[in-house]
Design a protein around this ligand. Sequence first.
Ligand code: FMN
Length: 205
Amino acid sequence: MNKGIIVGISGASGAGYAVRLLEILLKRPLRIHLIISEMGAKVLAHELRIPREELQGLFDQMRSARGVKAEMVILDPNDLFAPVASGSFITQAMVVIPCSMKTLAAVAAGYTSNLLERAADVTLKERRPLILVTRETPLNRIHLQNMLRAHEAGATIMPASPGFYHHPQTIEDLTTFIAGRVLDHLGIEKPDSPRWEGHPDGKKR
Ligand SMILES: Cc1cc2nc3c(=O)[nH]c(=O)nc-3n(C[C@H](O)[C@H](O)[C@H](O)COP(=O)(O)O)c2cc1C
């Protein structure tokens, strides 16, 4: 059986992070359960500069790209009857990328008003890895408290905050960096991930 990974896209800025992660995951023998919240779809369409009706076409194109090994199902965010709404349906992990402060609040409070939030809640209760790639700045006290609550409940808070020590040249370098850190936490190898291995000339700075 292929590894089941739930990918949630919420309405925070940073759709490019989700697209890059999906491009990489699609090349692995996985079963991807993709849930895009209503605001997630709107912000994604806005940031990618495509009409909302063309999102389906974008994902179809990604699914039929060369080298794709994964199966990807796109789930209705309002369908709380979907398999991933139940802990008895086995998946390996979930990532919410990007994760809005609203979805973070739902996770921290155990309040599940859509399938994305329910799947995240289920992932936590089943003690499976849940990675929240949060995006907001600056953070207020409530955001910080929700991050701590989610962390204490077992989630990994991974702010969309790429490093610059690998000298990124393009936006794709930045999104690939964050996707690589997510893959590390999903236990999926990506040999070309930029990793700090000390200064190349061995000198201390
Ligand atoms: C263009 C745009 C960018 C947004 N960026 C963020 C963001 O970076 N972080 C955030 O927490 N909310 C952001 N929001 C607000 C969320 O979309 C809003 O709180 C929404 O209710 C989130 O719903 P969801 O978590 O169910 O997707 C943004 C909204 C818009 C229209």
